[in-house]
Design a protein around this ligand. Sequence first.
Ligand SMILES: [Mg+2]
Length: 367
Amino acid sequence: MKITNVRFERSSLQLDPPFSPNWDPTPRRTFGATLTIIETDGGITGYGAGDDMGGFDGYEKYFIGKDLFDIEEHVRTLETITFHAGRYWPIEAAIWDAIGKAKQQTVAELFGGAEKSIPAYASTGAVMTAPERAASAKAIRDAGFKAMKIRVPQTQLDLGIETLKLIREEVGNDLELMVDLNQAWRMPGDTRKSIDRKTAMNFVDAAVDYGVYWIEEPLPMEDMEGLRSLRGRGTRIAGGEMVRTIHEIMTLVENDALDVIQADVVLAAGMHHSIKIAELAKSRGHIFTPHTWSNGYGLAANLQVTAGIGGAPFIEFPFDPPTWTAERRDFLMAEPMLVGSDGLLHVPAAPGLGIEPNWSLFKKSVA
Ligand SMILES: [Mg+2]
């Protein structure tokens, strides 16, 4: 089966009220998403999303006319393109979606079929007062989640500790708690200095008193030695979500800089490569569970790969009502992905990524 076309459909959602994530100094009033579409001569169309795919124009020719199933070749091609340009792994996601549809299997089955569901952690993004976040934790616990992640602004580390304290008072040990300091994230124009090693260590030492499952990006990923020095102090250290290459994440794994490896399959090192990353991580006693925060298609691709490989204790489920809901996150899909009262996120049963685009927003391919 040959790839006959690569095209993109863009849409955006108005956010009223706006969403103010910890990692972005500018409140978000719109949420844009790009559907990446792979058409074939077999009448099968694959869809993926994650990156906005800006600047991809002109690279379609490296995929058109190629065999859909030549995944190694497609991945090598994407590596040559991402060397110059954006994070174009949604192309790989759309290809896997088409392959799954052609083989009548879920992408999770194509990646090993280890699990059908994974416990979800509610990944919150907004900065709230400690009492507000404690109330949010109670609502998240009551909805069935077994874990949640909070964000801590780098200039308000004390607020993070106070928030952990109030959450524990509110929900006891009903929730595993993760904390994200976002020190490896940089929005364009955000030139603030990262926190330093000593400050990060003081935070880790204070947070472990409240039983924290992992602390994420306490330092930039370039500081491998600093990250490694934070391990073994009573919690896990997580990171790697936005690396640029498989080599970058493999270096972090080989040097035991992290306990939890989070390379996003549609933004960082791709889907196929995740098998090798997860394998190496497991062999060194580390956990592979990727970042999923882009949109519903990005979540679905990360879920499928992670469930296929198996062994992740939790999968990230971006969810922070009222300003980040499943409906907002998944607006480009026909139906939002939801977590049941058992706290599990299930792999959709349909072939490929298992999800349908929201056809009220996009043009259907003509087979
Ligand atoms: Mg993160």
